[in-house]
Structure formats: structure tokens, C-alpha cells
Ligand binder design. Structure first.
Ligand code: ATP
Length: 282
């Protein structure tokens, strides 16, 4: 039996540049992993099945699961006849904009690379990951990275300055596909991605907070006003930087003082079902 941690990510920026001929959106985003993890275990089976186990009823136990898809691609790549049992201890809220499924898929590739001693480099694992989904390549190495293309062109950038990340996920359901359908490129306030990467290089926390921007946020907010209410509560409680992650609905606040992080957490507890205080992973 072998274990892997699968961290969640947040978007510090998310920009949509244009729609490509292949139907995908060309994106540019700065993402960072946080210390909120799923825990996965991997075991070889004598039969040739891929078995997914999770106590969380929202986690599919079949080929819909991104960890299943990762295991399937891995088995094919190396003509592995044995089966694989994957147990997912789900801590990351599902369908939240925190890339939980993508991170499970990336952890599966890393885990199976160790279990079967296949010696893939990070870059080779990222290439396999690309076939599963746009956020999966980022999740292979995590940390803080600038992602371009569909999300598969990656460049490490400086980490977030030390801070607390207070996360709140309302119970509304958001379909990523639906949000992208409503993207109107002319009407968007695009992030200044290079200003964000420079703010990170300078470890300028105030500037990082000022440059937080996600073009999908206004679209999701229009559909779910509770996101605006969460943002307002966080700001009223003193958060200097607040943003929705991915296509939502999770909102996070960045804050450097513990007392303020507690105040923000308390202002959300009771209003939202899932509230956490975590750190960025350096
Ligand atoms: P992203 O930020 O990459 O858009 P997300 O955080 O919004 O992802 P996920 O938690 O990955 O969303 O879940 C989206 C859907 O994917 C779920 O509704 C679920 O049915 C399916 N899914 C597939 N594999 C997994 C997995 N391992 N864990 C959770 N959900 C999964």
C-alpha cells in the first residue's frame, strides 16, 4: 500500500484570452496549492480492475472519476495487466473550483509511478496528465505556477508571501461548462497577470491582494448572489484580498494576521457550510 496527498489549489488570477478553433478557451492563470488535502492510497490487485473507494457520496466510483481515468491511462501506457485499488479520503469540497478531482488524478499518476516503479519525470507525468483535464498538469507539481494554453503550459513563479487563506464554499452548484459558455471577451476586466507575478517576486503582499482577479467571478456572481455576500462579509471582517477560485463557487480571503484570519473565519461560520483556514504551500 502506498499513499499520496492531493492538495487543493486556488486561482490568484484567471484570465480567458480567446476561444480557440478546437473549442477550448486559451487561458492564463496564476495558481497556488494550499494545505487542504485529499489523501489517496494505492494497492495492486490480482484481477485487472480499477476499483475506486470513497466514503464521500459525491465522489463517483466509476470511470467518471478523474483518478479512475488517470489509472486507466497509466495502465494503458505501460501495458499493466494488474488491477489497482484506489481509496480516496475526500477532504477537498467537491465541485468547488478547488481542482479536487484534478488533484486526485495527478496524485494517482504520481502514486502509480511509484507503485509500478516506472520512473516518469515530472514533465512526462504532466504530458500524461494533459490527456485527463486542463488543471491536471498543474497539479502534478503544484506550488505556485503560471499556466497558459488550456492550462498545460506551465512556468513556476514565486510563492505567495506567508499568509492565511480563509476559504468558504457555499452550497450552490456551479457547472464550469455553463460558466465558460457565458464568457463575453469584450466585456471582461482582464487581470494584469505580469503585475501579479512581479508582486509575487517582490513578496509584496499588498500588491498581490490588489492584483487578485478572476474573469469568471462576475459571471458566477450574477448567477449566485451568495458569492457576493461572502465576499462582502470577508471584506467587512478586514480581509485585504478576496477572490472566487476557478469557476467557483468557493471564495477565499488572504490575510497575514492570525487574529484577522480568525475574525474572517468566524464571520463566515454559520453562513457557509464549508469554511477552512489554511496556508499556501511554498
Ligand atoms: P476544477 O477547479 O478543476 O474545475 P472543481 O473543484 O470545480 O474542479 P471537482 O471537485 O473536481 O470540481 O468536481 C467536479 C465534478 O467532477 C464532480 O461533480 C464529480 O462528479 C466529478 N469528479 C470526478 N472525479 C472526482 C474526484 N476524484 N473527486 C471529486 N469529484 C470528482
Amino acid at each position: 500500500m502506498l499513499f499520496e496527498k492531493a492538495p487543493a489549489k486556488i486561482n490568484l488570477t484567471l484570465d480567458v484570452l480567446h476561444k480557440r478553433d478546437d473549442g477550448y478557451h486559451e487561458v492564463e492563470m496564476v495558481m497556488t496549492t494550499i494545505d487542504l488535502f485529499d489523501r489517496l492510497s494505492f494497492e495492486k490487485l490480482e484481477n485487472d480492475q480499477i476499483q475506486i473507494e470513497s466514503e464521500n457520496r459525491f465522489v463517483p466510483d466509476n470511470e467518471q472519476n478523474l483518478a479512475y481515468q488517470a489509472a486507466n491511462i497509466f495502465k494503458q501506457q505501460f501495458s499493466i495487466k494488474q488491477g489497482i485499488r484506489i481509496e480516496i479520503d475526500k477532504q477537498i469540497p467537491v465541485a468547488a473550483g478547488l481542482a479536487g478531482g484534478s488533484s486526485d488524478a495527478a496524485a494517482t499518476i504520481r502514486g502509480l509511478n511509484r507503485l509500478f516503479d516506472t520512473g516518469l519525470t515530472n514533465q512526462e507525468m504532466e504530458q500524461l496528465a494533459e490527456r485527463i483535464g486542463s488543471d491536471v498538469p498543474f497539479c502534478i507539481q503544484g506550488g505556485t505556477q503560471l499556466a497558459r494554453g488550456r492550462g498545460e503550459i506551465l512556468r513556476p513563479v514565486a510563492s505567495l508571501p506567508p499568509c492565511y487563506v480563509v476559504i468558504a464554499k457555499p452550497t450552490v452548484g456551479v457547472s464550469t461548462k455553463e460558466i465558460y459558455k457565458r464568457v463575453n471577451l469584450e466585456k471582461m476586466m482582464h487581470p494584469d497577470t505580469s503585475a501579479m507575478t512581479h508582486a509575487l517576486e517582490d513578496q509584496d503582499f499588498g500588491k498581490v491582494c490588489a492584483e487578485l482577479n478572476n474573469v469568471l467571478e462576475p459571471i458566477t456572481v450574477e448567477m449566485h448572489s451568495t458569492i457576493a455576500q461572502i465576499k462582502e462579509r470577508m471584506q467587512k471582517a478586514g480581509a485585504p484580498g478576496v477572490l472566487m477560485s476557478g469557476s467557483g463557487p468557493t471564495v477565499y480571503a488572504l490575510v497575514q494576521q492570525e487574529a484577522k484570519a480568525d475574525r474572517i473565519y468566524n464571520s463566515l461560520k454559520g453562513f457557509c457550510q464549508d469554511v477552512y483556514t489554511v496556508h499556501a504551500l511554498r
